[in-house]
Design a protein around this ligand. Structure first.
Ligand SMILES: C[S@@+](CC[C@H](N)C(=O)[O-])C[C@H]1O[C@@H](n2cnc3c(N)ncnc32)[C@H](O)[C@@H]1O
Length: 255
């Protein structure tokens, strides 16, 4: 089924319904703006999405606006969870009508560099993924991304603001330790298959930025808030003036 064909909207809606307000109204507006900007500076771009999950970033970005797929040569999605790889494949078959997306099952960790050539990627992306990497893995990941990116490439990383996460979990009565304390939070029980991809290793902003700066120049940081007041009553937590939910980093590889 092609974008805009009869029945497309229904099929799309079922896909969009699996998203959530934080993603669509807080993170995506700033993230999509940066991806559009980076695409306007490239031709036939190769994109790479790390920890792509069910591929909702690729599909919503590429097919939300007509003409975007034409700017993209290939969108490579990397994902470590077997379940999400299955879901991702299904979503690609159903929605990637221009056949732009390819999927690489891969677990990001220090000893496991991406199976990609040096300087082969124009735009790297990750959305709410980096907090899943331990300090050692994050150091190695940034180094590996610097390797795979072209010298004029860019890494656009949307990351949950650690201060927002700390605040949110404190509301639920949890004490969240970060950095040296190596706080780990898992959505799944330790013994559950694939649980490792869901563990979160919180680091504060200055620690994150120090690690980024070993391999990248931080060109821009956007603190993300909802784009309208529509959810002010139902989701007041997204509107806290000094505590944005998401930070979008635009990173340029060091030479
Ligand atoms: C919060 S989800 C975000 C998914 C997707 N980026 C999105 O925004 O819809 C984090 C994703 O990162 C993946 N992930 C976490 N750690 C990973 C690792 N070390 N290697 C590969 N994928 C990983 C998880 O399986 C999950 O799909």
């Amino acid at each position: 089924m092609l974008y805009g064909d009869a029945g497309w909207e229904k099929s799309w809606k079922s896909f969009e319904d699996s998203g959530n307000i934080g993603i669509t109204h807080v993170t995506n507006p700033a993230l999509f703006k940066e991806i559009d900007k980076a695409l306007s500076e490239q031709t036939n771009a190769t994109l790479l999405d790390i920890g792509a999950g069910s591929n909702s970033l690729a599909l919503s970005f590429l097919y939300e606006k007509k003409g975007r797929t034409q700017l993209v040569d290939t969108w490579i999605s990397v994902e470590g969870s077997k379940e999400l790889i299955r879901e991702s494949k299904k979503n690609i078959e159903e929605h990637d009508t221009d056949e732009k997306i390819s999927l690489i099952p891969h677990h990001v960790e220090a000893a496991n560099p991406l199976p990609l050539e040096d300087h082969s990627i124009d735009i790297a992306l990750s959305r709410h993924m980096l907090m899943h990497l331990s300090t050692i893995d994050l150091h190695a990941h940034m180094k590996d991304l610097r390797r795979v990116l072209k010298s004029n490439g860019v890494y656009i990383a949307a990351i949950l603001n650690p201060e927002y996460e700390q605040w949110k979990r404190a509301q639920a009565g949890e004490v969240v330790l970060i950095n040296d304390q190596q706080y780990e939070y898992s959505f799944l029980p330790k013994e559950a298959p694939g649980n490792h991809t869901f563990i979160q290793h919180f680091k504060d902003r200055s620690t994150l930025e120090k690690i980024f700066s070993e391999s990248f120049t931080i060109k821009k940081i956007t603190e993300c808030f909802p784009v309208s007041d529509e959810f002010k009553k139902t989701h007041a937590r997204y509107y806290m003036k000094d505590t944005p939910m998401t930070l979008v980093y635009v990173l340029q590889p060091l030479p």
